[in-house]
Design a protein around this ligand. Structure first.
Ligand SMILES: [Zn+2]
Length: 117
């Protein structure tokens, strides 16, 4: 085989491989675009749901919640688990646990809003 024939053959092989990879990448890109569209729809739906949930909440409570959420890196509310704050582990006394079922009670240590089931 002449050198130019070998080079042409390698070129054809590389070209075919490139086309295969481009087709594969195209498929992956299409899937990602579809997934993105689906997630955007989900985000819109959740935003509407959030908006509807916020409507009955008093403005001052909502402002307090948003401020607390900013301060506490996105977690403003935490559960009382086994008599303690689920976020910081501080023991919550029985009276505060009872109150957390009816009114807003803050953790004495981390300051998050506590809720009890
Ligand atoms: Zn706490």
């Amino acid at each position: 085989m002449l050198k130019s024939e070998a080079t042409t053959s390698e070129y054809e092989k590389a070209k075919a491989e490139l086309e295969l990879l481009q087709a594969k990448r195209g498929d992956e890109h299409k899937k990602l675009v579809e997934e993105q569209a689906s997630l955007m729809k989900q985000l819109e739906s959740l935003a509407m749901e959030r908006e509807a949930s916020l409507a009955p909440i008093e403005t001052t409570s909502l402002q307090s919640y948003n401020e607390l959420r900013k301060q506490k890196r996105g977690v403003a509310i935490t559960e009382i688990e086994d008599g303690a704050c689920a976020s910081c582990g501080t023991t919550i006394n029985a009276a505060a646990q009872q109150n957390a079922r009816r009114q807003i009670v803050y953790c004495p240590s981390c300051g998050r809003i506590l809720f009890a089931k």
